[in-house]
Design a binder for this molecule. Structure first.
Ligand SMILES: [Zn+2]
Length: 220
């Protein structure tokens, strides 16, 4: 195991919880950071806090409510979740990952952590430009220069689709935990969620594909 410390950008959802397990298996000390910015449901924060506590991970919650002043997004205000005219979902908050990763870096340096782990993913990136690999590489350089500190941004999910993210959770021994304890649903329902919203549909489709593959693997 790497003796370095890591900070995981953590929402309590499927992706970031998988990243938390990934980091715990890799680094001697892991802390989690959650950003509060008027998420649709307090359930999301409660879920993140209880997962962090159960996994014995120090948990930092940062107030980012100023995002509400900047972005009229479906996650922060009561507007429908849908695809907008520009092709982006209405859940988009412009520059969110740029801001979150920069704040995570400030915290990481304070606690002596070089590694910042985030569940961003280019495969399912829904058009969010700051989820892309070239942006993450660019920001790594910028953070190193900005703080004169050798940050490494780790993106274990960057090239995985949802099925492969379930497979990774399974390899980490976290499949049941991620399936039953995480909250991805836009309607604030843990585990399988409401089954109707775009986040639930994406999660369920990946899970179905993975379970089919896993069952197929057992038979052969
Ligand atoms: Zn849902």
């Amino acid at each position: 195991m790497n003796k370095d410390k890591a900070v995981v950008v953590f929402s309590g959802g499927q992706d970031s919880t998988t990243c938390l397990f990934w980091a715990k298996q890799r680094y001697a000390h892991v802390e989690a950071i959650t950003f509060q910015y008027g998420q649709r449901h307090a359930a999301e924060l409660d879920c993140a806090a209880s997962i962090a506590e159960e996994l014995d991970v120090p948990h930092h919650v940062l107030d980012m409510s100023l995002l509400n002043q900047l972005a009229p997004s479906a996650l922060t205000r009561d507007i429908p979740i849908e695809t907008m005219d520009n092709g982006l979902p209405s859940t988009f908050v412009e520059g969110r990952n740029l801001l979150f990763l920069s704040f995570a870096a400030v915290l990481a340096k304070q606690i002596g952590a070089r590694h910042i782990v985030t569940g961003v993913c280019e495969t399912d990136f829904s058009g969010y430009p700051d989820c892309r690999d070239n942006f993450i590489k660019s920001l790594s350089v910028t953070l190193n220069l900005a703080m004169d500190y050798p940050f490494v941004i780790e993106t274990p999910l960057m090239w995985l689709d949802k099925k492969e993210t379930w497979a990774l959770a399974d390899r980490l021994g976290a499949f049941d935990f991620v399936r039953t304890r995480t909250l991805t649903c836009y309607n604030g329902i843990v585990a399988d969620g409401c089954g109707e919203c775009p986040a639930c549909r994406l999660r369920a489709a990946g899970l179905k594909d993975y379970l089919l593959e896993r069952e197929g693997g057992v038979r052969s």
